[in-house]
Design a protein around this ligand. Structure first.
Ligand code: SF4
Ligand code: SF4
Length: 396
C-alpha cells in the first residue's frame, strides 16, 4: 500500500512538539531520561544503561533573556538558549531529564555546564582536544570508562559487555539507515529536499520508540526512492540547479532563514556536513565482539569532526570528499554569532572549496529574525552566481 509521504515527514518534523507528551509518558512509566548536548556523547553507553536519550540544545531566542541574567550577552545563542531553558524550566526535555551529560567541547559550553550542574545532576566527559595523538585515545578510553561507571552508579544497574555489544549493533543499524537519507541527495535531481532531510534528522531524536522510528524511516526512504524512479521526486529536472552542501553546527534555530530559503530560491541542499551530518552516520563502531566494547566506542567517537578539536584534519578531508561524492556546486557554512571554533574553521573550509573550484558562502547568524532580509539577499546572489556558471559551462 502506498503511504502518504507528507504525513510521514510531518511526523518527524513535529516530533519535537509531540515528543513532549512521549517524554512525560516515559517518566510516568518509571523510565529514566538522559539529556545530551553533543555528538561526542556515546549513544551506545546511554542505551546500554537503559536510559532514554534526548537532545537539549536550545534552538529558540525565547529563553535567552533569562540566560543573560547569569551568562554574558556575547556568548553563542545555543549555549544561552540551552541554559535559559533549564533555568526557567521552559523546555520539557530539560525538565524531565534525570541526568544531563556534557563534554568539555568549547569554552562557553564547558563553563555553562558548571552553572547547569547547580540545576541538574550532571556528568561531564573530558574530551581530548588533540585527537590525532595516540595518548588522546588512551585518555578518551579512560574517560568513557569513568562515564560508564558513573551511569552504573546513577541507575544502580551494571552495564555489561553484552548490553554494550547489543547497543553497538543497534546504533550501527540506525546509522546505516540514517546515512541513506543523505544518499538520496546524490540523485540528480535529488530524491529528497534538504528541508525534509533536516526535519528527519532533527525529529528522530524526539521519537523514543526506536523500533517504530526505524520502520517509519524505512518507509520514508523507500517511498522517496520509488517516487524518484517514477519521475515524481521533489525537484523537477534542471541541470543548472545549484547543488549545495550545508556545513556548520547549531542549525536548529536558524534553518528557516537559511536552509529553507536556499531551496525556496532554487537551490537544492544535497548533503549536510558537520557533526550530525553524513560523517557521524557513516562511521560505525566496530562490531568485533572479541575486542573491548568501550575501546571500540572510543575509537569511533574520537573521530567526531568538530571544530573544537585541533587540528581538525578529518573534517577537511570529509568536506573535500563530500563535495566530490555529492557533486556539489557550493558550500554554505552556517555559524552562530560568537562561535569562534566554527567561524575560524570556516577559513579552512574556504581553502578546501578553493581547491575544488567552488564558492563558499559564510553566514553568521543567531536565533532572532532581524537579519532575514540580508541573508535572503546574499543567498539569492550566491545561487545566481552558481547558476550562471553552470549555464555557461553547459551552453557556452
Ligand atoms: S558541533 Fe561539536 S560541540 Fe557541537 S554538538 Fe557537534 S560535536 Fe558537539
Ligand atoms: S555553536 Fe560553537 S560556541 Fe556554540 S556551543 Fe557549538 S561550538 Fe560552542
Amino acid at each position: 500500500m502506498s503511504i502518504s509521504l507528507p504525513e510521514h515527514f510531518s511526523e518527524f518534523a513535529e516530533a519535537r512538539q509531540q515528543g513532549f507528551l512521549a517524554v512525560k509518558e516515559l517518566k510516568e512509566s518509571g523510565k529514566k531520561v538522559c539529556g545530551t548536548f553533543c555528538q561526542y556523547t556515546p549513544a551506545e553507553i546511554i542505551l546500554a544503561a537503559g536510559l532514554y536519550s534526548v537532545g537539549l540544545c536550545g534552538k529558540s531566542a525565547a529563553p535567552i533573556k533569562t540566560a543573560e541574567t547569569r551568562l554574558p550577552a556575547n556568548l553563542c545563542p545555543l549555549i544561552k538558549a540551552s541554559y535559559g531553558h533549564a533555568l526557567e524550566d521552559s523546555c520539557p526535555y530539560a525538565y524531565f531529564s534525570d541526568i544531563v551529560v556534557g563534554e568539555t567541547t568549547c569554552d562557553g559550553k564547558k563553563k555553562m555546564y558548571e552553572l547547569l550542574g547547580e540545576l541538574k545532576p550532571m556528568q561531564v566527559i573530558h574530551l581530548p582536544n588533540l585527537p590525532d595523538y595516540e595518548r588522546s585515545l588512551d585518555m578518551w578510553i579512560t574517560e568513557l570508562r569513568a562515564f560508564t561507571r558513573g551511569l552504573e552508579e546513577f541507575t544502580g544497574e551494571e552495564i555489561t559487555e553484552d548490553k554494550l555489544n547489543e547497543a553497538i549493533e543497534w546504533c550501527n543499524k540506525e546509522r546505516v539507515q540514517a546515512a541513506r537519507i543523505y544518499e538520496l541527495g546524490k540523485y540528480d535531481p535529488p530524491a529528497i529536499t534538504g528541508t525534509h532531510m533536516r526535519d528527519v534528522m532533527e525529529g528522530e531524536q524526539y521519537i523514543f520508540d526506536r523500533h517504530r522510528k526505524y520502520e517509519k524511516l524505512k518507509e520514508i526512504l523507500d517511498q522517496c526512492e520509488a517516487d524518484w524512479h517514477a519521475g515524481q521526486g521533489p525537484f523537477a529536472p534542471d541541470p543548472c540547479r545549484p547543488r549545495i552542501i550545508i556545513s556548520g553546527a547549531g542549525l536548529g534555530g536558524v534553518a528557516e532563514k537559511t536552509v529553507n530559503v536556499l531551496e525556496e530560491l532554487g537551490g537544492a541542499i544535497v548533503c549536510y556536513e558537520g557533526c550530525s551530518g553524513i560523517s557521524s552516520r557513516r562511521r560505525l563502531v566496530s562490531e568485533d565482539r572479541s575486542r573491548d566494547p568501550i575501546v571500540r566506542i572510543a575509537e569511533k567517537y574520537i573521530e567526531v569532526p568538530c571544530a573544537v578539536v585541533s587540528p581538525n584534519t578529518r573534517r577537511m578531508e570529509q568536506v573535500a570528499d563530500t563535495i566530490d561524492e555529492w557533486k556539489a556546486d557550493g558550500v554554505v557554512s552556517l555559524t552562530l554569532h560568537s562561535c569562534n571554533p566554527f567561524a575560524i574553521e570556516t577559513e579552512n573550509i574556504r581553502r578546501v572549496c578553493q581547491r575544488k573550484g567552488i564558492p563558499l558562502l559564510h553566514i553568521e547568524t543567531d536565533f532572532t529574525p532581524g537579519d532575514e532580509g540580508q541573508i535572503r539577499t546574499r543567498i539569492e546572489a550566491y545561487l545566481e552566481m552558481i547558476r550562471k556558471k553552470k549555464e555557461e559551462a553547459l551552453y557556452g
